[in-house]
Unconditional design. Structure first.
Length: 133
């Protein structure tokens, strides 16, 4: 699930980079590369944290409750950490194209319509079921 969240956010950012094709030295280009790096590190970090929560006893993740309690760190708190940071990265990705839309030479009704289309992803974020067990 963590890999899926990261790849979807990365695909959206790469889509923004394709739509708002700007020069290599622009602020948008630099910030988008930074956000992509943050998302890659976020995805890899949480994947590794959850993979090694039971150290090298990978079978305990799919075993009984007793094996889970014996081999795994039950006080990990990773579920809350991933929910909070997932929400923050969702906000970063959703708000990322807004300054570029405001710079477009369009009448305000068309800008608002375009903002509505980009912010339509907010419904997916707000309707997504909680990741907490």
């Amino acid at each position: 699930m963590i890999a899926t969240l990261g790849v979807v956010k990365l695909s959206i950012l790469l889509f923004y980079r394709r739509i708002f094709n700007v020069s290599k030295k622009s602020l948008f280009n630099i910030l988008s590369l930074m956000v992509i790096a943050v998302l890659v590190l976020w995805t890899l970090g949480f994947m590794l944290a959850f993979a090694f929560n039971c150290k090298l006893h990978f079978f305990a993740m799919w075993g009984s409750q007793a094996e889970l309690m014996k081999y795994c760190n039950t006080g990990f708190g990773g579920e809350q950490a991933i929910v909070i940071t997932d929400f923050i990265t969702d906000l970063m990705v959703l708000c990322f194209p807004l300054p570029m839309v405001f710079r477009l030479h369009l009448p305000w009704p068309k800008k608002l319509g375009l903002l509505g289309i980009f912010l339509l992803g907010w419904t997916c974020v707000s309707l997504r079921p909680s990741l907490i067990r």
